[in-house]
Design a protein around this ligand. Sequence first.
Ligand SMILES: C[S@@+](CC[C@H](N)C(=O)[O-])C[C@H]1O[C@@H](n2cnc3c(N)ncnc32)[C@H](O)[C@@H]1O
Length: 278
Amino acid sequence: MPSPAPSIAVCADPPTDRALLTAAARLSVDLNLPLIKKPRKTGYDLLLVAATGRLELRVLRGPNRGGHAICADLTKLDTTSNAGRSLRQPIVKAVGWKRRADPPPTIIDATAGFGEDAWLLAALGCPVLAVERHPLIATLLRDALLRAAPDHPNIIARIALINTDARAMLRRLPPRGSKAQPTSDIPDDLRRFWQPNVVYLDPMFPTGRKTAERKPMRVLRTLVGDDDDAGRLLDAALRVATRRVVVKRPAKAAPLNDLKPTTAHGGKAARYDVYAVG
Ligand SMILES: C[S@@+](CC[C@H](N)C(=O)[O-])C[C@H]1O[C@@H](n2cnc3c(N)ncnc32)[C@H](O)[C@@H]1O
């Protein structure tokens, strides 16, 4: 039985700040969530808080209660050290970018979540379309991108974010090898992903290893569930990617759909299964 969805409200903190109140009211309308006046003593499981300088999620009830608030934070990621910029990182090897002299692959990250993988790939130089279907998670990611934008205009220029189901979106793209051109309703910044070189998938890891999950991932799971439809997302990705599909898996898990990858690149806790196509 899937767990019931957590109850969520929106508020501003400090609640007297007019600008934050306006931001909270807008979120309440956009996300269709109740707006409450004070951030404490509520009957909700989660609070989406328009706080000073950022949007954050506070856990008020349940096993993940207390501790730090959760927010997407991209600027904490190492993208400047030699290791952070290396093309020898498993995720970069997996997307198949070997030499800086080669043009970076265009990537659809079909499971954007808090955007960390999308950010890392975009920081290296790849154009990335980040697709996240959960409206609240997409909102937290959008907030993180906006906060990072002033200091990282070049990275932001390579990322587009859309809040939709990636499987439905991929089904609207032409199959690999098609000569079809983008239709006029596709916005300019999305046209470069019409025939993506790579589709990257990082669905929620299978349950059973919840104790090893960090709090942000545990809370994410209470919102988005277990991504049980990830196998069908892989099918949709295999239809459109022009070079490869990459699936991030726990290091020792079976491949998604039990489909043997062409190759795999191991990280510490995760493995990147590569399906070469085309
Ligand atoms: C494990 S998280 C991804 C974490 C992400 N790679 C990162 O670096 O922060 C999985 C995310 O994929 C999203 N997701 C799963 N299936 C999706 C789909 N079909 N379309 C769009 N988003 C999807 C979930 O809502 C969840 O936020």
